[in-house]
Design a protein around this ligand. Structure first.
Ligand SMILES: Cc1cc2nc3c(=O)[nH]c(=O)nc-3n(C[C@H](O)[C@H](O)[C@H](O)COP(=O)(O)OP(=O)(O)OC[C@H]3O[C@@H](n4cnc5c(N)ncnc54)[C@H](O)[C@@H]3O)c2cc1C
Length: 320
């Protein structure tokens, strides 16, 4: 019987790399683990997962699961867990898992701990370390009960090696008629972009309030991101002002990113924004105020007007 079941996230026939980090937590918790892929026509995705050290890749493939409707996915997860007997149900912190895993936890009547960054032994059992108060403090959490649902911060766990002997792919039969019908898929709005996914990018360039409007934001933030092959992010102030779309927002109420390089253009460094960037390896901030709070978090802090610095930076990077 597997100790852990890891939910794998995918989009447009690609596994979301960040969802693999939860496998490393499964390895640290010990025992065998299985991977769960839910969707429709997911053969390519499941085949790409067989060497990650799992005992099997469980595949729930049905037209009724073509879109990630939370009520259906949660039901499938709960059924797969009951069948496998797994004690730990794991996923990576993301919009997808935030939508689905709390419902699965409720169906399983299991406690849930989100944003786990480490595990520790405490009084003979495991405690989970997770950020609280927008990342300004950490809590150690212990949970009771036979099962638990956990999500991990991708940056806190390495990507697992993909060098194990291939494991079997096991079909999980879904009775589509018995799945809940409380939600209906209407449409998907996709922004066509050659830029990398914000949560997976190695470089993220973000802009704040002084970028003024959409065009200026795209010219300066987008221009620097493109010169570096990076993704674009924004503060809530920039999103609220209509300079950037909602899904660019980084922070407590936005996305959490952990790139190798994070460049903050005209961003003050409010605690709610820092909550989404703290795990970045190098933070470069450009701000005209030498006392802006972000100077305490930034690895490199350039004091100056972004309207002068950024065009020069884009030009020099392109020339180099
Ligand atoms: C419950 C709650 C949740 C929130 N969640 C989020 C969240 O998820 N993400 C988020 O980002 N915010 C969030 N906020 C908002 C957050 O508190 C800040 O208001 C916001 O992050 C500020 O954005 P900003 O840095 O772009 O703007 P400002 O704080 O106005 O900072 C602008 C900065 O630009 C500098 N500047 C101005 N002109 C120039 C120039 N020409 N060149 C260089 N620098 C210049 C200024 O010196 C200043 O430091 C949340 C707030 C609340 C209450």
């Amino acid at each position: 019987m597997a100790e852990s079941l890891v939910l794998i996230e995918h989009d447009r026939q690609q596994v979301k790399r960040s969802s693999l980090h939860a496998i490393t937590l499964a390895q640290q918790l010990g025992g065998e683990y299985e991977l769960l892929v839910i969707g429709h026509v997911v053969n390519k995705i499941s085949s790409s997962l067989v060497s990650l050290g799992a005992t099997s890749v469980i595949v729930a493939d049905d037209p009724a699961l073509a879109e990630p409707l939370a009520d259906r996915y949660a039901t499938v997860i709960a059924e797969a867990v009951r069948k496998s007997g797994a004690k730990n149900i794991l996923g990576t912190s993301s919009t997808f898992s935030k939508d689905i895993l709390p419902r699965a936890a409720a169906l399983l009547d299991a406690p849930m701990v989100t944003d786990v960054v480490a595990i520790e032994q405490m009084d003979g059992s495991i405690s989970y370390r997770r950020p609280i108060n927008a990342g300004s403090m950490f809590a150690k959490v212990k949970v009771e009960g036979e099962r638990r649902v956990l999500t991990v911060r991708a940056a806190a766990f390495e990507t697992p090696a993909a060098n194990a002997a291939p494991c079997p792919i096991v079909r999980f039969d879904v009775d589509a008629e018995s799945l809940p019908n409380g939600m209906r898929f209407i449409s998907r709005e996709e922004r066509k972009s050659d830029r990398p996914d914000l949560t997976e990018a190695r470089v993220v360039v973000s802009g704040g309030r002084p970028l003024k409007d959409k065009e200026t934001f795209e010219r300066l933030v987008g221009g620097l991101a493109d010169a570096l092959g990076g993704a674009i992010g924004a503060t809530r102030a920039a999103v609220d002002a209509g300079m950037a779309p909602n899904d660019y927002q980084i922070g407590q109420t936005g996305k959490v990113v952990a790139p190798e390089l994070y460049i903050a253009l005209g961003i003050s460094g409010a605690i709610q924004h820092l909550a989404g960037i703290k795990d970045s390896r190098i933070i470069v901030a450009i701000n005209k105020d030498p006392d802006a709070p972000i100077c305490q978090t930034a690895t490199y802090f350039l004091v100056g007007d972004l309207y002068q610095i950024v065009p020069q930076l884009i030009e020099s990077i392109r020339r180099a």
